[in-house]
Design a protein around this ligand. Structure first.
Ligand SMILES: NC(=O)c1ccc[n+]([C@@H]2O[C@H](COP(=O)([O-])OP(=O)(O)OC[C@H]3O[C@@H](n4cnc5c(N)ncnc54)[C@H](OP(=O)(O)O)[C@@H]3O)[C@@H](O)[C@H]2O)c1
Length: 216
């Protein structure tokens, strides 16, 4: 399976990239981002491209893939709706609409989060919910991953300083967190493996919470 990865420099994306490179089901990964992942591997090729609202210059490279794992995203903390919507909705739909045209029927896995709700009161939940709904309406095999607490594995860290600090504080509490959250907690490793499985053979539903991700 040939995979395109967005957000490969982030916490979720790095975890997904690791699993893709280790998994025999994935034969090639094309990572697209404004920064390089810093990873070197025979299966990995990278394209540096900053303007995701204009993909014309790289369109020729995007066709012929079986799946896109879209792990690009930002925290809404301190962001106005316009700026948050631009990254969350506009970037995602720009990529997904392009892939729907180039490779209709291919898999598209989007990482939103627990609490995503197009009718929700929180701005982030609404924007992510609208993004999910728009993706589900495209001619793609689209799946929405809604993780809650994610434990970063294998040295993966967040791009967001606040989260990096939070994970350092939380690390000694992992055994307790695992007991409290139970199946509501997932890991970067499980998310990566679940994405590959969903792209390979689908899933019973299009919107998958932490327990669904762990089950996959
Ligand atoms: N971390 C969690 O616990 C958690 C839980 C539930 C859901 N999620 C969701 O999962 C997604 C990924 O989260 P994460 O923790 O991996 O975030 P992260 O570590 O902050 O990484 C964000 C990724 O998005 C890219 N990105 C952000 N803004 C961009 C922009 N303007 N243009 C191009 N690329 C941009 C970053 O690229 P650069 O390297 O170029 O900055 C990076 O690859 C988000 O949508 C988040 O809401 C995360």
């Amino acid at each position: 399976m040939k995979v395109i990865l967005f957000g490969g420099t982030g916490m979720v994306g790095r975890g997904v990239l690791r699993e893709c490179l280790l998994d025999e089901r994935v034969t090639a990964v094309l990572a697209v981002g404004r920064n390089a992942t810093g990873v070197a591997h025979d299966k990995l090729r990278e394209i540096r491209h900053a303007d995701l609202l204009d993909l014309a210059a790289i369109e020729g490279e995007l066709g012929g893939h079986d799946a896109c794992f879209f792990c690009l995203g930002v925290s809404s903390a301190g962001m106005g709706e316009r700026a948050y919507r631009r990254v969350t909705y506009d970037f995602t739909l720009s990529v997904a609409e392009t892939l729907a045209r180039l490779s209709p029927g291919s898999a598209f896995v989007y990482v939103s989060g627990v609490g995503t709700d197009a009718q929700g009161r929180a701005m982030w939940a609404r924007v992510k919910g609208e993004t999910e709904n728009a993706l589900l309406a495209l001619p793609l095999e689209a799946y929405m991953f809604r993780p809650g607490y994610i434990q970063p594995m294998h040295g993966v860290t967040s791009r967001t300083r606040f989260y990096r600090l939070a994970y350092v504080v939380a690390r000694p509490l992992y055994p307790l967190l695992r007991r409290w959250f139970g199946p509501g907690m997932t890991t970067t490793e499980r998310i990566g493996q679940a994405m590959i499985t969903v792209a390979e053979r689908g899933a019973p539903k299009r919107i998958l919470g932490p327990a669904d991700i762990n089950a996959l």
